[in-house]
Design a protein around this ligand. Structure first.
Ligand SMILES: Nc1nc2c(ncn2[C@@H]2O[C@H](COP(=O)(O)OP(=O)(O)OP(=O)(O)O)[C@@H](O)[C@H]2O)c(=O)[nH]1
Ligand SMILES: [Mg+2]
Length: 332
């Protein structure tokens, strides 16, 4: 399914980020400390959770049915609360050219609410992408089952979903890491990815890549992955690109294809940005002839270490590496 062309204004795109449920509200509250040029909104049925978000614009979901409490890990109650507040949800997301939804899946409000917010946005023709977490296995099968069902819905109904699995935190970090610390690592990772996406969109909108180009990477549905890496002296572009996208918290099949790829490099004037075309080898590995490829470069005055951001959308596992046909264009 393709969305009709969204209306795009000139200047910085109007992006709104909505945190839904405890984890979503927490992550958006952290992002608010950075004073980025985006609108931040938090939604929960729990007054206590919304109070923690301080002055941020908020929607209290289902005030009559939930009476200011959480939804006790009931996805049905979460969805009911969000449905009851559809008009308030529509009012706060109105005017967005891109909507980012953030939630921890497996509980009540975030899991039940995120699909409702996505549906409202879809009806308003607002491109919507999601940043979510999947619960730890030890949180119980019920939470994992809820998360998988919501994930499948979001991958079908929105323009893209980036999901990190809490279990990967356990596999990749010290054995004795506490639950709170592990979740913090997960939240921080999502926060960084969201901030980097905003940065890439905004820098590109100001210099070279049209916001419409970036939006068109999200014209298809399904999983997307994103990462950023600082070169620390290395100029092996292919290795850096691979390292950026294969973050330990990102689950990617051994072989996969993407419908859209953005490789964006920022470096000082002394770096030969034509080196970026070396990324083509990696791009070819995950491309087909239909893959949209954007190579973007941003030359920063003076000396600046090389930083590479990679975004791959419409990710699907494939039996082996697909054929190579992509013809990326270098944008400056
Ligand atoms: N990374 C991270 N994950 C969290 C955090 N809090 C909760 N989670 C995860 O998100 C899932 C849902 O938790 P919450 O967001 O608190 O739940 P909710 O959506 O508010 O739903 P209810 O409170 O049950 O109505 C949990 O099962 C955890 O896996 C957090 O601060 N950081
Ligand atoms: Mg809650």
């Amino acid at each position: 399914m393709f969305l009709p062309e969204p209306k795009i204004s000139s200047g910085l795109p109007r992006i709104k980020i909505v945190g839904i449920g405890g984890a979503g509200v927490h992550i958006v509250s952290e992002i608010s400390k950075r004073e980025l040029p985006v609108s931040l909104i938090v939604m929960d049925s729990s007054s206590a959770t919304l109070d923690e978000a301080g002055q941020l614009q908020s929607v209290r979901l289902g005030p009559k049915t939930s009476r200011g409490l959480g939804c006790g890990a009931s996805i049905e109650a979460g969805a009911q609360a969000a449905h009851a507040s559809r008009s308030e949800i529509a009012a706060v997301v109105e005017g967005a050219e891109l909507l980012l939804l953030v939630a921890g899946l497996g509980g009540g409000v975030g899991s039940g609410g995120i699909s409702v917010v996505a549906e409202v946005a879809m009806q308003m023709n607002i491109p919507t992408i999601c940043f979510v977490t999947k619960p730890f296995r030890f949180e119980g099968l019920k939470r994992t089952t809820i998360a998988n069902a919501v994930l499948a819905d979001l991958e079908r109904e929105t323009q893209g979903v980036l999901c990190i699995e809490h279990d990967k935190l356990q596999a990749n970090f010290p054995k004795n890491i506490s639950l709170v610390d592990a979740m913090r690592v997960g939240s921080q990772h999502l926060q960084q990815v969201i901030e980097q996406l905003l940065h890439v969109v905004q820098v590109n909108s100001l210099i070279n890549i049209d916001f419409a180009d970036i939006l068109s990477l999200f014209r298809t549905h399904g999983k997307f992955a994103m990462g950023v890496v600082d070169s620390a002296g290395s100029t092996d572009i292919k290795a850096l690109v691979r390292q950026a996208i294969h973050h330990p918290l990102t689950t990617l099949a051994t072989h996969y294809s993407a419908t859209g790829i953005l490789v964006f490099a920022e470096a000082g004037e002394d770096f030969d940005l034509d080196n970026l075309s070396l990324a083509t080898e990696f791009i070819d590995e995950i491309s087909s002839e239909d893959t949209q490829v954007i190579l973007g470069v941003h030359s920063i005055a003076g000396s600046h270490p090389l930083r590479i951001t990679v975004l791959a959308t419409g990710i699907k596992p494939v039996a082996s590496s697909p054929a190579t046909h992509s013809l990326p264009t270098l944008r400056r």
